[in-house]
Design a protein around this ligand. Structure first.
Ligand code: ADP
Ligand code: MG
Length: 666
């Protein structure tokens, strides 16, 4: 039996336990040792029976005097026992564990740990942890800091504790250190063996945390090293189009725009154009709040491609957004005679040969033969950045051809820690500010009681100022794709609101509409024929309608703050004063306080960081399906550790050090 052996080789682990362990991601014996507790019960205080006082949490050692099952009136079984030590006797009660009368038989020496309370008016230990005292064995369930592990159906912490303790006793000494001693010292970490012992059997909370930190560091280091090698692999294995241009030509184009670039647009452009002149293809993420002006940055890169006689492919998540990009690009490139085309299913391939820029949905990535003369691929509003798409593109382009440069754009504010850990292989440009002159969107959190009044205000505003509104329905399921359920909810909302506000005209848009119907609704909205557009939350990120100045969001407590911020960004695009009304179905102070952050006018990035600290990464990005792996041991809040791991990974890979990771050790 070795650390790398499957868990089936452990004593007492048969096929069914092995399956349950697998459910927790535990396949090898080593995985079991890396199964880190998420908390500990504190049984460090032991006490003679007589000194036990109500509310105490403590350990008692003694002899079973009696134990029996008793039926309650509701037909449930409780177990009532009496345990005695030199100082006296105490009652012990358990619920629904009838087998205990066989395990804890009279005269057995046992150790109990739990909370003292009352039972039938008498002082009693209620549902304590228990174990038989065995000569020469330390108790692992009832003394000291007792680990509680992530559990699964049919697999309790108690069972895990037993297996882990045995495994540590038999194989603990074969664990090999994976890090150079130098780094353990310089980074203030503890050796691996100590760390594994510390998380399972800590002498103090401090020791447990030191152990966790070391194991978390290893996890993060592995992620970082993967990023670094992926980045190196891209750079070394792909040949790109090395582009050349005269700065004056690019300046001419930039000067033709109806506005001056913001400072971060300028630096993003510099970074991107720098990438385009290299021998390996760009792989960059352009991150910027809704309205920060990402499109024009991409357009400048496309212009450089054009100068070099190459095409640019622009991909948007939906046909409507593709249409919008197409119109924007056509407008700004008109003076320069660039040919822009919108790809719909009708367009045949030969037409593409005569365009400089073609725009379509992400589905273009699945088409072969489109990329032959493409120098730049722009992927807009993508949630899963990078790896999969690059793999697809590599497949479509083929090994022998040059690889286009890739620019991925997102309005998802990715907190620094997450970017560092997961997107270490992408270069990152961030648009930090919004173009000047954009006004703040006045935001109100509307609790249930104030809702009718708020809706009347909205109606008056629409009728008085001839403005338009979006009404976003609540998030029904945690899903990237729109489900039938959200469509139904939106349709219902649409019907209800239409009835209440008969003076207004309503429109409904969701992903299940045909392309033609969507176009019609969007075009009606743009033309002002629709006052209120009811939409599902996943549909149409980034829509630009200047006359839409009111954003209404239903069931806001189900959204992350950053997500709400993104939705809100769909208004405030024109001259007129804009508003966002955030409706909550809950009046709970905790909910309203969290949402109130949106009234303060802080940036999407700050909101994302706030969400990360309040709720964790799943919520920041709204859904769990965005391809963010769950960290097993480390947490996204381990900011310092993440930076440490990045630094060490860089040093290690600079030295050509190949890490004996958890996967390769022993
Ligand atoms: P997003 O980053 O959300 O994709 P867009 O690229 O759609 O933002 O830009 C939003 C709006 O801001 C567009 O109407 C665009 O023309 C305008 N815009 C972009 N850059 C600037 C700038 N530097 N100054 C003023 N307006 C700008
Ligand atoms: Mg955009």
């Amino acid at each position: 039996m070795y650390l790398n052996s499957p868990v089936e080789e452990l004593p007492l682990v048969g096929p069914s336990y092995a399956r349950r362990l697998n459910n927790l991601g535990i396949v090898s014996i080593k995985d079991l040792l890396y199964h880190v507790p998420h908390r500990y019960l504190d049984f460090r205080v032991s006490s003679p029976v007589r000194a036990a006082a109500p509310e105490d949490v403590l350990t008692i050692r003694g002899k079973v005097v009696s134990i029996k099952n008793q039926y309650t009136r509701s037909g449930r079984k409780i177990q009532i026992g009496e345990v005695e030590d030199a100082s006296g006797k105490i009652t012990v009660v358990w619920f629904n564990q009838p087998f205990l009368v066989r395990v804890l038989f009279p005269e057995a020496e046992i150790s109990l740990a739990g909370k003292v309370g009352f039972f039938s008016g008498r002082k009693a230990l209620i549902s304590p942890e228990y174990e038989l005292i065995k000569q020469g064995k330390t108790s692992i369930h009832t003394s000291g800091l007792v680990p509680i592990y992530p559990e699964t159906f049919g697999l309790s912490s108690k069972w895990l504790r037993g297996r882990i303790a045995e495994t540590l006793a038999s194989l603990g000494s074969t664990i090999k250190e994976t890090l150079p001693l130098k780094f353990i010292k310089s980074e203030g970490l503890i050796p691996l063996t100590d760390a594994i012992h510390a998380v399972h059997h800590p002498a103090s909370e401090d020791e447990a945390e030191k152990g966790r930190q070391r194991l978390a560091f290893d996890e993060l280091l592995e992620l970082q090293l993967t990023s670094i090698s992926r980045k190196a692999g891209w750079k070394n294995n792909q040949t790109g189009h090395t582009l050349a241009f005269e700065e004056s030509d690019v300046d001419k184009f930039i000067d033709s725009l109806p506005f001056a670039l913001t400072a971060s647009q300028q630096s993003a452009v510099e970074e991107i154009l720098g990438d385009l002149t290299r021998a390996w293809p760009m792989n960059r993420l352009l991150e910027g709040d809704v309205g920060s002006g990402k499109t024009v940055v991409a357009a400048i890169a496309a212009f450089v491609c054009f100068i070099n006689g190459l095409q640019t492919a622009v991909m948007a998540p939906t046909q409507i957004l593709a249409q919008q990009h197409y119109e924007t690009l056509q407008r700004i490139f008109k003076p320069f005679k660039l040919r822009v085309a919108l790809i719909t299913s009708g367009l045949v391939k030969k037409d593409l040969g005569r365009t400089d820029i073609f725009v379509g949905t992400h589905a273009l990535l699945n088409k072969k033969g489109l990329f032959e003369n493409v120098g730049l691929v722009v992927i807009d509003e993508q949630h899963r950045f990078g790896v999969e798409q690059r793999a697809l593109l590599v497949k479509q382009v083929g090994k022998k051809k040059l690889m286009p440069h890739i620019l991925t754009m997102t309005a998802t504010p990715i907190p620094r820690t997450v970017a560092l850990t997961l997107y270490g292989d992408l270069d990152l440009s961030v648009l930090k500010e919004l173009p000047g002159g954009r006004q703040k969107i006045t935001t109100w959190i509307v609790p249930p009681a104030k809702r009718p009044k708020a809706m009347t205000w909205v109606k008056d505003e629409i009728l008085k100022d001839k403005v338009q509104a979006f009404l976003i329905c609540p998030l029904i399921e945690e899903s990237d794709k729109e489900t039938m359920q959200s469509v139904k909810a939106a349709a219902k909302e649409y019907a209800e609101q239409k009835k209440i506000f008969s003076e207004l005209s309503f429109g409904l848009i969701h992903g299940k509409l045909s392309g033609k119907d969507k176009d019609r609704v969007m075009s009606d909205f743009r033309k002002g024929k629709i006052d209120v557009l009811v939409a599902t939350p996943v549909v149409e990120v980034g829509i630009d309608v200047a006359n839409a100045t009111i954003m209404l969001i239903e069931g806001s407590e189900r959204f992350g703050l950053a997500q709400l911020h993104q939705l809100r960004g769909r208004v405030g695009r024109g001259e007129k004063k804009s508003y966002c009304l955030i409706f909550s179905d809950s009046a709970a102070p905790r909910v309203l306080t969290r949402l109130a952050a949106l009234e303060k006018g802080i940036s999407g990035f700050e909101l994302a960081e706030l969400d990360l600290s309040l709720r964790g990464p799943g919520e920041v990005f709204g859904t769990r399906q965005h391809g963010f792996p769950e960290l097993k041991i480390a947490s996204w809040q381990d900011t310092e550790l993440i930076q440490k791991a990045k630094r060490v990974a860089q040093m290690l890979s600079d030295k050509g050090f190949v890490l004996a990771t958890k996967a390769s050790m022993v």
